[in-house]
Design a protein around this ligand. Sequence first.
Ligand code: NDP
Ligand SMILES: O=C1OC[C@@H](O)[C@H](O)[C@H]1O
Length: 394
Amino acid sequence: MSKFTVKWGILATGGIAETFARDLWPNPECRGVKDIEHKVVAAASSSSAKRAQDFLKEVRGVEGAKAYGSYEELVKDEDVDIIYIATPHSHHYQNAMLCLEAGKNVLCEKAFTTNAPQLEALIKKAREKKVFLMEAVWTRYFPLSIYVRDIITSGKIGPVSRTSADLSMHMLPEKTFEDTHRMVNPDLAGGALLDLGIYALTWVFQTLYTTQSDPKPPTVLSTMRKYKLGTDEQTSMLLTFPPTSSRGEAHGIATTGMRTSADPDGKASAGPAIRVQGEKGEIQIYHPAFRPTRTKLVLADGTVEDKEWPQPGPGEGSGWKDGFGGSFQPEGEGQGMFWEADECAFALKEGRKEGKYESLEESLVIMRVMDEVREQNGLKYPEKIETLEYPVKL
Ligand SMILES: NC(=O)C1=CN([C@@H]2O[C@H](COP(=O)(O)OP(=O)(O)OC[C@H]3O[C@@H](n4cnc5c(N)ncnc54)[C@H](OP(=O)(O)O)[C@@H]3O)[C@@H](O)[C@H]2O)C=CC1
Ligand SMILES: O=C1OC[C@@H](O)[C@H](O)[C@H]1O
């Protein structure tokens, strides 16, 4: 059977660009995905073409893959089907607009943009150009996430009335990050909310919103502890979702922070990071919220089902570690970013313009929640990265 080939261009060559591109390399058949294949055919670095060349070598780009010293050159490459954007949050709007204007399909790292109006503008442009656009919230595409959503829609735990989700990473900012680092720097839209809090929100949303046939946006109350640079180092959100046709009002508690850990001893002694609670029981998901590999179903009738979800290999071990040194990619396992890449491939094959498990509308609702949380707590980024103006040189 001939396979549908997706030719990727990678925009930026930092940490996650490398992890993502490495995950494109194993044959999808290793994870039971038969009729697609991925090829890295180009990469661009804003630093130099040499950096892009070295990157392509590291991630095993195809023979003859093109290395560009600017993002502008990449978007003109007619051989590229889809561009993966892996710059800091501050740059996503400008970079995505560049790709969309050039008629390219786009997979853009989270957080999609710095604010909701920017995302609205990108969605409008993608529709005008009739191209695919998706936020790279990779976790949503894991078999584990599909299982959790299926448990909810099957009614096994009854109507769900509360989800609590924490992604706290214990990375004391004053010890871990230079003031210029993207995790804390306001110029790069730093802070816990957009980087980590979005995963706590992902779990709240994919259990209380995505699973509903008639979902409604939540209201939100929040509080924030600020770092010395003005960005947030700890944020707590309480979301109220109105009733739907399959359940009553539901509450989401989403927390994130850099001083505490959702799993201090790395052995889950502190319990699950996420609890989805219904009238007949609950489903628990263990840290880290962005790459969980364990669930526990606990029902009122006494049923307990503990499940492990290792990511299929082959993989090389990314060396990606949490604040206490625990690895997020055990040797031999893939990282798991290939699931979202596979979804992009299927969407392109089927002519879909959005991802299956997070619509653009849902990304926008989440972006609006994060805007509201920032507004409630007086967190503003510099105008040049919040603007709708395009192009702006950053
Ligand atoms: N899905 C996931 O699990 C993860 C997602 N992310 C997301 O990926 C994005 C990038 O994060 P990460 O890879 O860790 O960041 P890095 O700092 O490692 O890489 C960012 C890259 O963006 C490019 N860049 C362009 N302009 C700038 C600028 N002014 N300052 C810094 N970098 C710039 C650079 O590449 P070049 O020089 O080649 O142009 C740089 O290497 C973020 O949106 C983050 O939220 C991050 C980690 C995990
Ligand atoms: O997406 C992410 O997941 C893992 C975190 O360590 C990282 O900061 C974040 O960007």
